[in-house]
Design a binder for this molecule. Sequence first.
Ligand SMILES: O=P([O-])(O)O[C@H]1O[C@H](COP(=O)(O)O)[C@@H](O)[C@H](O)[C@H]1O
Ligand SMILES: [Mg+2]
Length: 575
Amino acid sequence: MSYRERYEQWLNSPALSQEEKAELQSIANDEKEIESRFFAPLEFGTAGLRGTMCVGLHQMNIHVIRHATQAFAEVILAEGSEAVERGVAVCFDCRNHSQEFARETACVMAGNGIKVRLFESLRPTPELSFAVREYGCIAGVNVTASHNPKEYNGYKVYWADGAQLPPHHAAAIAKKMEELDLFTSIRRMDYDEAVAKGMITLMGEETDEKFLANVMGQMNDKAAVEKVADTFKMVYTPFHGTGYKLIPETLRRLGMKHVLCVPEQMVVDGNFPTVVSPNPENPEGFYLAVELAKKEGADFILGSDPDADRVGIMVRNDQGEYIVISGNQTGVLLLDYLIGARKRAGTLPANAVALKTIVTTEMARKVAETNGVKCFDTFTGFKFMAEKKNKLEASGEGKVIFSYEESYGYMLGDYVRDKDAVTAALLLTEMAAWYAGQGMTLYDALQKCFEKYGYYGEKTLNLVMPGLDGLKKMADLMAGLREHPPVEIAGVAVEQQKDYKDGSVVRVSDGAKSTMELSGSNVLRYEMADGTSIIVRPSGTEPKVKVYILANGADKAVCDEKVAKYAAWAESLKG
Ligand SMILES: O=P([O-])(O)O[C@H]1O[C@H](COP(=O)(O)O)[C@@H](O)[C@H](O)[C@H]1O
Ligand SMILES: [Mg+2]
């Protein structure tokens, strides 16, 4: 079917409301808009389906939600009656339409005879991962677009281990979606009927309590917090999202007496009225938190994204100014602290392992290995780290104590299989308090890490390429690099060219070829003669190509210089 035919099909479908039809009619003369909304279905990317909310096939709306859920339901039905009985947990965030989409997900699951445990109101993503495991559900769904701008929504899919579905499993849902007619295949039960029949039950505070009990179990050193609790102050912001309740509660239970929440951003609101982008990766979003911190003389600032799986921090530097610490650096600090704290508490397993992704700083490996902890890499996405954790622990090869991504995601403990800003907030605060007790800020602690492990510097460039043209541009960019792999970047020789799609490695000096263990992802990596790694990959959640520069050197100046040089090359890729 052509995009025009799909457009007509939607326009004439009895499933569409008058309002939705009017929306489609309003673009009748905009061929480009019709094409971009109907050229193809949304694909399962790094974190399930994600798109902007409007009427169309390549968008997020109630029809796409129903279709994806019908397909997911059939995948579950194919697993047999036990799977059906185990049921599905469903969660949602603060976005406009999230609750409505989550209810609709529950209604379609129920219509297929699959029991649903639905959160009564918005909850953090890690709590959904927890609920799937805790209640022995076969699967889970979370309606959220994480930190994306307000126009977006998304559909994260989980399997029985509480992790998001790995690609081969998501492909089964995508295949079913292809087979099933988007409008006529849907089986749904009315919400009130499903509740009355016990097909939909609600989760609430009892699940929060179970989750929080696990979170609190990650605490290593309550005494360190008590020691400074009278004077130690922090500012917290949930950026209008799901962290607003459980994160302050967690910090209170940790023993913190002064947690100052940014009042404007404690208001749950899918329009994110105080920020352009509710992403702790963007330091601009912290302006209200910084204002409050300055007024109150807070020691540090913590912010979680709308679905409370990412967390970012700001700390005071040696001039007393609040500065951002990157996701890479936060992970390094936390890993170093955790190893130390668990050694002190006698709880560090002999076969401890840390996991990171191929685009996360190599400094993390240095921290791990210097301390006798193994470190493994996976592709971007916690589904891959969860897979690796499950595998290492099932074989007895290792016990994963910490998994992290440069993009502000940290997974701790054994009760979730996704990144978890609630537990990370607990441990980051414990760590900040512990250092405060030693007379140090986290900034001081980071400098100490550089002294101990060497200096590393990183930068991620986002080459944004929106729309259909953008998709083509991104594909051309990747194809161009594959056709003419650079042998030199910014005047420095490329030593090795790696392609994670087929796992190939080429040594540039003599063309010698070898293979890597990891393959199957559209990622290119250049290892430079000066020790820098440059990685290029299209994002799986937003229309952009990401270029990661991971450098190291004798000091900050050396790293900064390398990063700046390669960043200029990365910018030039946009054309
Ligand atoms: O967006 P979130 O917080 O759900 O997070 C999701 O997307 C992030 C960005 O992915 P990409 O680089 O492909 O855009 C990933 O790092 C993360 O593992 C994934 O769960
Ligand atoms: Mg998120």
